[in-house]
Design a protein around this ligand. Structure first.
Ligand code: ATP
Ligand code: MG
Length: 457
């Protein structure tokens, strides 16, 4: 009897130890689909010619070579990819041997960078993701992946990728697309679906939640139900991500030209508060719709600028996110007796040091944020040489745009913003007039005294 019981126990514990990902893997591996050249719209003429060169050279050297990831996804939509990533069965050293212009980078996982002037084609050797055998050794106690550096085959490489639409392989051998995860169907349907069990995959790498938002916005895709649902629950895991990694993600999200939508989605899923806790706090305590309107306007402006091909800076939006927090703290300090400009300087330092705990913003960027905030006080000084000095400040333009935004949304006097608009385009004589101390008050005082005297006389 005991023997029979043990037998069943063994069977059940085996199937228990297979997680959802293994099952999906087992299922889908048998369902690999190959889309021949006539079944898709990607042509070599849309590709970077350097990427094509790399693919052919690898093929000629006897290796497998595929385009993979965002470039395949974007080419299928007719977009111009940001960069071209290549996957191969050649080891990094073999790739290096095949190209003179190649450098190996990365300690955790070696990658080959093939350089063509300013363009870099990244070549990655197929990587094996976690397997049931070694998953315990590689996963942090909260489920985060720690190691990811075992070489594998294309079948292995597929499962470490995030979304099905990011796991399509364009094969240079016959120009077909290889699809292990149903990515082509999802792509056609406009669906972003995590490969495997969403909860497991987000726990392995919580940044995938930000990528979900970024791709949904960028591609106009919708999130598949379970891919979406898990975010609500797991958003707080982003707090455990090293601040250094989040800065780049934040830039990609907000400087994409679709910052308004990104912001709304991040707020909806509770992701924004993990990135910008102080800004989220001010948004939740808004008075008269401020700072919501102010932030919305800043995001709109940024998108508008990108649409017009103008440059955008990372510090402008981030100063807008945190402006309310800076003002609140500065006001509190002033209530405690601190002088205005000191109060703002101290508030700026405090807010920035709290913010850089979640996202490590480079020093030059925090410095510019601080300048944009502190210059707001200097706009009030319109007399004498001060306006001229402000005008020549390297951060004047950004600070002035910030002032306009405040004025448009009720956070500063419109007359003040208009004064600065006029001052910039005024000629020397007009500028001198504008910055002259007001005579009226001086004149008024003198006749008043005289008048009193003459009355008495
Ligand atoms: P884009 O370049 O437009 O930002 P992308 O999909 O190419 O999008 P990359 O960061 O360049 O994004 O990554 C290339 C590929 O590597 C992705 O398509 C995906 O297959 C894989 N990948 C990147 N980051 C992750 C991650 N955090 N988890 C799993 N797979 C990832
Ligand atoms: Mg890419």
């Amino acid at each position: 009897m005991k023997l029979i019981l043990n037998f069943f126990k063994k069977i059940f514990s085996r199937s228990d130890s297979l997680d959802a990902k293994d099952l999906t893997q087992a299922n889908s591996q048998s369902q690999v689909k190959v889309y021949s050249r006539s079944e898709h719209n990607i042509s070599r003429s849309q590709m970077s010619q350097n990427a094509v060169k790399v693919l052919y050279r690898l093929k000629k050297s006897g290796y497998e070579a595929y385009l993979v990831g965002g470039c395949v996804r974007d080419l299928l939509l007719g977009y111009e990819p940001k960069d071209f990533d290549v996957a191969t069965d050649a080891s990094p050293e073999q790739v290096k041997q095949a190209f003179r212009n190649c450098r190996l980078i990365g300690r955790r996982f070696r990658l080959a960078h093939v350089h063509f002037g300013r363009e870099i084609i990244e070549v990655a050797t197929f990587r094996s993701s976690d397997t049931a055998d070694n998953i315990e050794q590689k996963v942090h106690e909260d489920g985060r992946l720690l190691r990811d550096n075992v070489f594998g085959s294309i079948e292995d490489d597929v499962w470490r990728r995030d979304f099905t639409v990011n796991a399509l392989y364009y094969n240079i051998r016959d120009f077909s697309i290889i699809d292990y995860t149903g990515g082509m169907e999802d792509h056609t349907a406009g669906v972003l679906r995590l490969i495997g069990d969403p909860s497991t995959r987000y726990r392995e790498d919580p940044v995938r939640m930000l990528r979900a938002v970024r791709f949904a916005v960028k591609l106009g895709f919708s999130l598949e139900a379970s891919t979406e649902q898990a975010i609500f629950e797991l958003a707080p895991l982003l707090k455990g991500i090293p601040a250094a990694r989040l800065y780049d993600e934040v830039l990609k999200m907000f400087l994409s030209g679709k910052a308004v939508q990104t912001f709304e989605m991040l707020r909806h899923y509770g992701l924004f508060e993990t990135l910008f806790p102080q800004a989220d706090h001010s948004l939740n305590n808004e008075k008269n719709n401020f700072p919501k309107v102010f932030i919305a306007k800043a995001l709109e402006n940024s998108d508008q600028r990108i649409a017009e091909g103008k440059s955008v800076t990372p510090y402008f939006l981030m100063s807008a996110f945190l402006w309310e927090a800076v003002q609140e703290l500065a006001n509190e300090k002033m209530r405690q007796g601190e002088e205005e400009s000191f109060a703002y300087q101290h508030a700026a330092s405090h807010v920035l040091s709290a913010q850089t705990k979640s996202i490590s913003i480079p020093k030059r960027v925090t410095q510019s944020m601080r300048e944009v905030w502190l210059l707001q006080l200097r706009f009030e000084k319109q007399i004498g040489g001060r306006p001229y000095r402000l005008l020549s400040h390297p951060r004047f333009r950004a600070a002035y745009d910030f002032l306009l935004l405040r004025a448009e949304t009720g956070g500063a006097a419109m007359e003040l913003a208009e004064w600065w608009t006029k001052f910039q385009s005024a000629n020397d004589t007009e500028q001198r007039k504008m910055t002259r101390p007001p005579r009226k008050t001086k004149r008024k005082q003198k006749p008043k005294i005289k008048a009193v005297k003459s009355d008495n006389d």
